[in-house]
Design a protein around this ligand. Structure first.
Ligand code: GPP
Ligand code: MG
Length: 284
């Protein structure tokens, strides 16, 4: 693991976020899903569910629901990777807020490229590096205890960068200034995020519940486009994934690994105060 000379955790808020992810180690909703095939994710899912899992016999029903939820979260990561543009083995990518490493490991398996992941949780960094080692790709996929706002990576070194549900922990202007410095001209940034709807106005009760649950600050949709435009990042694709993520939340709410936050997501998405969005942008 490598880190930066400057302190990784710079504010009380960042310390509290790191503390949350360092201590949140008994999370069956992520561990049991990861155990299905060894890809551990910290994001949600997209796509239609196979309804037969809910009708499965009692002995297999729980495990089939877990496997189905995991299939949807890996489908989400695959969708993100679909938007990175052409990536070759010589390219270097950055997973900003890399969690337990699943998306980075999938990117390396697909493109054969180098991936660096950064996280402010030392526990997550160690877990993810162990996963890369177990898969024999530790020389290609490396996780670092670093702050995505100050990654210490060389300027212009990245062909692509993504954030998979991590932007609600940072100031977007600071983040996209950093990414604009790391991406080469023509490089691609892909974001999957949940964002508040400017049209419904303000922060709904359900969105506030999600913030409270994860110690985060969900941004309004408008904040993304302002911060991208201010940092030479030009959107090429914007996809509203809200309808595609609702089945994941419906299935999760009926599973043994539900955490209690499912109703807030379902309310927020159904009432329209919250969107699940993919944004892909080019560095110009
Ligand atoms: C965590 O995923 C995701 C976040 C903290 C970001 C919040 C996301 C939004 C779209 C608002 P996780 O897989 O760790 O969460 P859980 O443990 O609930 O599955
Ligand atoms: Mg999860």
């Amino acid at each position: 693991m490598t880190t930066t000379a400057t302190p990784v955790l710079r504010t009380e808020f960042e310390k509290s976020v790191a503390d949350y992810w360092n201590t949140n180690r008994q999370d069956p909703v992520n561990l049991r899903l990861g155990e299905v095939d060894g890809l551990y994710h910290h994001h949600y899912g997209v796509g239609a569910i196979d309804p037969s899992v809910l009708a499965a016999p009692a002995q297999t029903r729980d495990q089939r629901i877990i496997a189905e939820l995991h299939r949807l979260e890996s489908a989400q990561a695959d969708l993100l990777l679909d938007h990175l543009g052409p990536i070759g083995p010589e390219d270097q990518l950055l997973d900003a807020g890399s969690g337990r490493g699943g998306t980075s490991i999938m990117a390396n398996a697909r493109f054969g490229c180098q991936v660096d992941g950064v996280s402010i949780s030392e526990y997550q960094v160690a877990f993810a590096n162990e996963q890369a080692a177990q898969r024999g790709v530790a020389d290609q996929v490396r996780f670092h205890f670093r702050n995505m706002l100050d990654s210490g990576l060389p300027a212009g070194s990245r062909q692509a960068i993504w954030t998979n549900e991590t932007t609600m922990y940072v100031d977007l202007a600071d983040l996209y200034r950093e990414f604009a410095g790391l991406l080469r001209f023509g490089g691609r940034y892909v974001c999957i995020t949940g964002c508040a709807n400017d049209v419904t106005g303000g922060r709904s009760k359900a969105v506030s519940r999600i913030d409270e649950h994860y110690t985060c600050n969900i941004h309004p949709r408008s904040a993304y486009f302002k911060a991208l435009a201010a940092n030479n990042l030009v959107p090429i694709n914007v996809i509203d994934l809200t309808a595609q993520t609702i089945p994941y939340w419906e299935l999760r709410s009926r599973s043994s690994v539900a955490t209690g936050i499912e109703s807030a997501f379902l309310t927020a998405y159904r009432e329209g105060s919250f969107h699940y969005l993919l944004i892909a942008a080019d560095r110009v």
